[in-house]
Design a protein around this ligand. Structure first.
Ligand SMILES: C[S@@+](CC[C@H](N)C(=O)[O-])C[C@H]1O[C@@H](n2cnc3c(N)ncnc32)[C@H](O)[C@@H]1O
Length: 209
């Protein structure tokens, strides 16, 4: 199975208006460097969800150099804040520079180190939590994130269809199993109402009841 369908993906990319100069630069660099980022199709959905939910307090698990965080920050009101987390100091330094260039530095805090340790230091509640770190850790995110989401808040996760690998019965890698467990978990969680949007590599949206 080929997922996402290359034809549909191309069609949607052609429909999508060009992003800003800065976002396009990051998109090209990440393609050259093979650094996975959400891309403009998912970026636009995040932007819409931040606006619709009127989120102000956002936490991101796995920020790389801040491309998804820029989409979120662009949609946040002036007093809104996003906390970004990333192991890699170099990526964080780049992220800070991108936020400076976007004139959005006042909306972001970058935490260098393990995302779960950083998360422990913030009491919450958060309006929106975005999950995009190593896929094996997704079930752990589900466990810790829900208690710190406000009622009516959103837990959003990228790559929840994992290039269709979730359907491959022979794939028992830690990442694939992590995604499978997460996907089941968000649908049967008593405090969540969840859907998976088949945009790009699959985006889950869970509303805390
Ligand atoms: C897919 S990338 C994030 C892309 C980013 N959300 C975007 O779309 O612009 C995942 C990042 O999470 C980081 N990461 C993975 N596990 C982590 C952890 N436990 N704590 C902090 N960062 C982590 C990796 O170093 C990598 O840069």
């Amino acid at each position: 199975m080929v997922f996402p369908s290359p034809d549909v993906d191309e069609f949607l990319h052609e429909l999508t208006p060009p992003t800003s100069e800065l976002l396009s630069e990051i998109e090209s660099k990440s393609a050259t460097e093979n650094s996975p980022i959400i891309g403009p199709l998912v970026g636009r959905v995040l932007y819409q969800l931040v606006k619709i939910s009127q989120s102000k307090a956002v936490f991101e698990f796995g920020s790389c150099f801040g491309y998804s965080a820029l989409w979120i920050a662009m949609a946040l009101p002036e007093e809104g804040r996003i906390i970004c987390t990333e192991f890699d100091k170099g990526k964080v330094e780049r992220g800070r520079q991108y936020f400076d260039r976007a004139k959005l530095s006042h909306k972001v805090t970058f935490e260098v180190g393990d995302a779960f340790e950083s998360f422990q230091r913030y009491p919450g509640p958060f309006d929106l939590i975005f999950c995009d770190l190593d896929k094996r850790y997704y079930p752990q995110v589900l466990e810790v994130a829900v208690p710190k989401l406000k009622s009516g808040g959103l837990l959003i996760a990228d790559n929840v269809l994992w290039s269709g690998k979730v359907l491959d019965r022979h794939d028992h890698s830690k990442d694939t199993e992590g995604i499978r467990q997460f996907d089941k978990g968000i649908y049967c969680h008593p405090e969540l109402f969840s859907s998976i949007l088949p945009v790009r590599d699959g985006l889950s949206v869970s509303l805390k009841k």
